[in-house]
Design a protein around this ligand. Structure first.
Ligand SMILES: [Zn+2]
Ligand SMILES: [Zn+2]
Length: 258
């Protein structure tokens, strides 16, 4: 049986911003972004126009920072609005705090309400939603605000993105019963020396990652992302010391085909 592969491009693997450190952004099959920290930094204009939708894990700024600039670039240049998909709390936060006519124009009404630049689509938690070439299933995780991991799937291949989270359960339960799972992209924001900060802000450190591992489906590679730039070298040493062959650090742009 033939199937098309699932293409994942890492545009931004970091949880902080500096030259060489792009904010969290993944691109699926060239047209569906998972988070939007750095879409406009990393994609040329022509490729920005090919982005048809953005799936958001949560409303923290490191995950939505490029969305205002993307909508401005697309204004008047798309026949179909850019779709922004997320569960209701994320969409509400975007409406209230970003596209609110103060922080940024409400591009759901421009150029006109009938032909807007962007359209918000609320998706239900726990149910697969069609997103172009893939389905995305949002699963609530454990973070300071409403935050979701995602199962991104098509026939014959699936991957999981954790979103920002501290120790969590439900996402791993869903991951364990996901057929054809090829990879887990898991956050690891701080070093073990910053454990207090990680616990308070609901993020993982290398030790926390190791404690999550037995809950994950066995045998799939685990790619760590959302590293805070100041913590990268420490995290790298701590992960190496764990000697867990499944763990790999995402430290730059990479492309995967599953
Ligand atoms: Zn973040
Ligand atoms: Zn966050």
């Amino acid at each position: 049986m033939s199937r098309t592969s699932l293409a994942i491009r890492v545009l931004g693997p970091y949880g902080g911003s500096a030259p060489g450190y792009r904010l969290t952004t993944f691109l699926v099959d060239g047209e569906t972004a998972i988070d939007a920290g750095a879409l406009t930094d990393s994609l040329p204009l022509a490729a920005q126009r090919r982005v048809r939708r953005v799936v958001l894990t949560h409303a923290h700024f490191d995950h939505v920072a490029s969305l205002p600039f993307l909508t401005a670039n697309l204004y008047g240049r798309t026949s179909e609005p850019l779709e922004v998909l997320a569960p209701a709390p994320v969409i509400s936060a975007l409406r209230a705090h970003v596209f609110n006519e103060t922080t940024w124009p409400d591009f759901t009404r421009y150029p006109s309400p009938a032909r807007p630049t962007v359209r918000f689509r609320v998706i239900a938690e726990g149910r697969p939603a069609r997103a172009g070439s893939v389905t995305v299933t949002a699963v609530a995780v454990n973070h300071a605000i409403a935050s979701y991991g995602y199962v991104v799937a098509k026939r014959g291949a699936a991957v999981v993105f954790s979103g920002d989270t501290g120790p969590t359960e439900r996402l791993w339960k869903v991951a364990r019963r996901t057929p054809d799972l090829r990879a887990v992209f898991l956050e690891c924001s701080f070093s073990d020396g910053e454990k207090a900060l990680a616990s308070e802000s609901l993020h993982l450190t290398p030790r926390g990652v190791r404690e999550e591992l037995p809950k994950l489906p066995p045998d799939v590679p685990v790619f760590l992302y959302h590293l805070k730039p100041f913590s990268v070298s420490r995290i790298r040493r701590e992960i190496a010391a764990l000697k867990e062959p499944r763990l790999r650090l995402l430290e730059s742009e990479r492309s995967f085909r599953f």
